[in-house]
Design a binder for this molecule. Structure first.
Ligand SMILES: Cc1ncc(COP(=O)(O)O)c(C=O)c1O
Length: 421
């Protein structure tokens, strides 16, 4: 076995202190923003769509990529470093989310996580999954494909009639009415990218019988909200890390409660040593799974990945941990509230997202009288260099997503720009 020093010389890999740049002040929003390489000529309210990488993440990706480009065989051969790299990711994620590292599966996106979860849920013949009309394509399609493959029963319900005036009571009552003795899982989304409504997940969890698994697409809450999954009260939280967390593009997690994981069967073989080693030794795994292999690890798809991105996820969690999840959530809410207040005063604007911070997060959706959302987005950019987006749903709205990379004056600029659309 080569010495660590020889390995470093040969591969360029050197263990780093996480986010060690002394010039970064996590308490200063200006310093946080300075860690990103955003176009300085635009005001970007769509950073949540596909994350820009902060400096520590860019540096980590570049370092791993350099080593892989120089000698991928030997970089990967250094099993200790490779295992340690993935363990660093799990540990950083677990520390940030306040969960056990073995409760986390690593994925490439929310969509991959939802596909694995809904494709792998163990269901009896009569069991049904209840979902809602408000979810994104990824949830609906994962469930449709599951039903196609296995004949699983899927039912969609509506949780609120009008997003702007939705209430916790209306949402929880709709859930209560929908659950039947056959319901085995409820598939919902934490923050609706269609309307900006944030579901009261804790209240929904409290209203569910214990046999119903509460499965949540958390991507627009993950990094925008501070509530850790255990407090949220769900059984599974699925999220990409490449939206509000600003993690490496192509990364995600599935968190499952320790005793909920047994409800899922993996689909894609993991490359964890505990799974491969018995196979190499010709030992067949027991049908119930390899005893010392946590189900979350078994649910982490194997095959080679863009390892430079996966391994740099540790830096993203640590970067956000240093800023503080509570401070980041408070900043996101303050900007979104300021934006909604400003927009609400404009005559031609109809807000879709609720004003209450209990029922909204960072997404702000609205309509402008007499102008299509697509034209609004085009004009905001053409006239004011504001980057906005249109919700990807059959009823489209204009969507602005103020994040920790925005400032109050950028929000005011956006309000003025919408007024003159
Ligand atoms: C609610 C919701 N879930 C999932 C996704 C897809 O996320 P990912 O790219 O991580 O699969 C999106 C949008 O991109 C979304 O709005």
């Amino acid at each position: 076995m080569q010495s660590a020093a020889a390995g470093v010389a040969a591969t360029g890999f050197a263990p780093r202190a996480l986010a060690s740049d002394a010039s970064f002040d996590p308490r200063s929003w200006t310093s946080v923003r300075a860690q990103f390489a955003l176009d300085p000529h635009v005001t970007n309210f769509a950073t949540f769509l596909l994350a820009p990488h902060p400096r520590p993440v860019r540096d980590a990706i570049a370092q791993h990529a350099r080593s892989l480009d120089r000698d991928s065989k030997r970089y990967l051969d250094r099993q200790e470093d490779m295992g340690a790299a993935e363990q660093r990711v799990r540990s950083a994620a677990a520390r940030y989310l306040k969960v056990g590292a073995d409760e986390l599966a690593l994925t490439d996106s929310t969509t991959m996580g939802l596909g694995l979860l809904y494709g792998g849920l163990r269901l009896d013949e009569d069991d049904e999954i209840v979902t809602t009309t408000h979810d994104f394509f990824s949830t609906h399609e994962a469930l449709r494909l599951r039903a196609l493959r296995t004949g699983a029963h899927v039912r969609k319900i509506r949780l609120y009639a009008n997003a702007r005036t939705a209430s916790v009571d209306e949402i929880v009552s709709a859930v209560r009415r929908a659950i039947t003795p056959k319901t085995r899982a409820l598939a919902v989304t934490w923050v609706h990218s269609s309307t900006g409504v944030k579901l009261p997940i804790r209240a929904i969890a409290d209203a569910l019988p214990a046999r119903v698994l509460l499965c949540v697409d958390g991507v627009h809450g993950f990094g925008a909200e501070a509530t850790p999954p255990q407090e949220l009260g769900c059984d599974f939280l699925v999220s990409g890390c490449h939206k509000w967390l600003f993690g490496p593009r192509g990364t995600g997690v599935i968190w499952g409660r320790a005793d909920a994981w047994s409800a899922v069967t993996p689909t894609i073989p993991t490359f964890d040593g505990r799974a491969i080693r018995p196979w190499l030794e010709g030992v067949a795994p027991p049908p119930a799974g390899i005893p010392d292999l946590p189900r979350a690890v078994a649910m982490t798809p194997g095959g080679f990945h863009t390892f430079e991105h996966r391994w740099a996820l540790a830096e993203a969690f640590e970067f956000r941990r240093r800023i503080g999840p509570t401070r980041a959530a408070a900043r996101t809410h303050a900007l979104a509230q300021r934006l909604k207040k400003g927009l609400a005063e404009l005559n031609r604007v109809r807000l879709v997202t609720p004003q209450s911070t209990a029922l909204s997060a960072g997404l702000v959706c609205f309509e402008v009288d007499g102008t299509s959302p697509f034209d609004v987005v085009d004009r905001l950019y053409a006239r004011s260099r504001i980057v906005a987006s249109v919700t990807p749903y059959s009823t489209p709205y204009v969507r602005l997503g103020p994040s920790i990379l925005n400032t109050p004056s950028e929000v005011d600029h956006a309000v003025r720009a919408v007024a003159s659309v």
